[in-house]
Design a protein around this ligand. Structure first.
Ligand SMILES: Cc1ncc(COP(=O)(O)O)c(C=O)c1O
Length: 437
């Protein structure tokens, strides 16, 4: 963001000028001591995806510790160096200029400009976006303050949804007197199978009025056909809240593509902003269907920002969001998506047929992106999968994570990053061949 409008005559001017560079650097090359974003002009994402030299250059923009091969990048996204540097500058700026800066700059327009930028990037109007500390804060407010549920209405979610969103849905029993229904998604999943599973559940529970959908599952990486299911839900008078914590940034889309009215997003996963920032989306004409957070009075009820009340937060990380978006765009959102898919397909193609391995995530490109989960055949317990992750880590130097909560059993999630190399993938394939022989 630029703060050019503020030109104080004081000894801190230099610091302000430094801060003025925030959010303006990466799109034109993100130059840093450790490298720059290679030019992608005119190159097709699918061709770029397999160009190791290109991704080595991109990878050098990330300060990844190579002591272990990190295949657990779904937890949160590593900041690229230009982003980390901007974040450090922003921490210093907020710390040195303190309330004076925050009241005269950030509160007086800086925060609004960041919201404008996020809205523009995701294809929303600024009045539809409120910044939050992450997807959790966004979705907890959306779910628990959705005010159209009456006692006896059904609120529905699935086994693959995120735990804390499941808790928030369960809370609707106490808060709204709703009947809360949990369904299990099919495994293996198919595009039509998923649509059919939701259709069957909605038919079985005709009183359903609220449905939670997770765009990309953190458990298995499954991409749910949100728009198709949302259309079907709308025809039955069901509102849909989408958990897009893992999708935007990993895959490229505009919020309107989802065809839903309420969405929670993260910026600190696949967009690569500092930890602690996300946002909620409420379609303009649906604002009144989500009540204000704790009767918020800081903003009028007609302002979406009254739907979340964070309190004093980490301003420096919010200030760094434009830098993260700049780097995301400079690397290229479609190129990023193509690379993550390419890395995923590379290891899955070589391991899917291993006799003792189950790859949970389908190969249909509509149903996955970069994340995929596995388990050894018949090994469905928490312990089984903790052991599998431990073997990968201790015997092969590959860091992954066990994920539970899948109706058919626990699994191990593999999530690559932009600094993952073809050689890292080869190591994973080698390890799985030995383990699942
Ligand atoms: C699908 C999904 N939803 C929501 C969240 C919550 O995100 P956060 O903890 O960043 O608020 C996560 C985090 O991993 C997630 O994977």
């Amino acid at each position: 963001m630029t703060i050019d409008s503020f030109r104080p005559v004081n000894p801190h001017r230099r610091l302000l000028i430094a801060a003025g560079a925030i959010g303006t650097m990466a799109a034109s090359g993100a130059a840093s001591a450790q490298g720059s974003v290679p030019d992608i002009k005119g190159r097709l994402p699918q061709a770029l995806a397999r160009d190791e030299a290109h991704w080595n250059q991109v990878g050098a923009l990330f300060p990844a510790d190579r002591g272990i091969v990190n295949f657990e990048n779904g937890y949160f996204g590593m900041m690229g160096r230009p982003v980390a540097q901007a974040y450090q500058r922003n921490i210093d700026l907020v710390n040195q200029r303190a309330s004076f800066y925050v009241r005269t700059q950030y509160d007086a327009g800086g925060a609004a400009r960041i919201r404008d930028r996020v809205a523009q990037e995701v294809g929303a109007a600024p009045e539809e976006i409120a910044l939050t500390r992450g997807a959790t804060e966004a979705l907890q407010n959306l779910i628990t303050n959705y005010n159209r549920l009456k006692a006896g209405d059904v609120a529905m979610y699935a086994d693959l949804d995120y735990d804390s969103m499941q808790y928030a849905m369960q809370y609707l029993k106490e808060r709204r007197g709703a009947e809360v229904v949990k369904i299990a998604l099919p495994e293996p999943a198919s595009h039509q199978g998923l649509i059919d599973a939701y259709a069957k559940a909605l038919d079985q529970y005709p009183k359903t009025r609220l449905l939670l959908l997770t765009h990309i599952s953190h458990r298995t990486g499954l991409v749910v056909p949100v728009a198709e299911i949302a259309r079907m839900a709308r025809a039955r008078g069901v509102d849909v809240i989408v958990d897009a914590a893992h999708s935007w940034g990993q895959i490229e889309f505009k919020v309107t593509d989802l065809e839903v009215d309420f969405v929670g997003f993260n910026l600190h996963k696949w967009i690569g902003a500092p930890l602690g920032v996300g946002f909620m989306y409420i379609r303009k004409d649906r604002l009144s269907d989500v009540s204000r957070a704790f009767e918020d009075g800081d903003f009028p009820a007609s302002d979406v920002r009254s739907r979340v009340h964070t309190g004093t937060t980490n301003i420096a990380n919010v200030m760094t969001v434009p830098d993260a978006l700049d780097l995301h765009r400079a690397i290229g959102a479609p190129a990023k998506e193509a690379r993550l898919r390419y890395l995923r397909d590379m290891w899955v193609q070589q391991t899917r047929e291993l006799p003792n391995l189950q790859v949970l995530t389908p190969d249909d490109p509509r149903l996955h992106a970069g994340i995929t989960s596995i388990r050894l055949k018949g090994k469905t317990t928490r312990d089984d999968n903790l052991k599998l992750a431990a073997r990968l880590r201790d015997e092969f130097g590959l860091f992954t994570v066990r994920r539970g909560g899948v109706a058919a059993g626990d699994c191990v999630r593999v999530s690559p990053a932009l600094f993952t190399t073809a050689e890292d993938v080869t190591r994973l394939v080698h390890a799985l061949r030995i383990i699942a022989a």
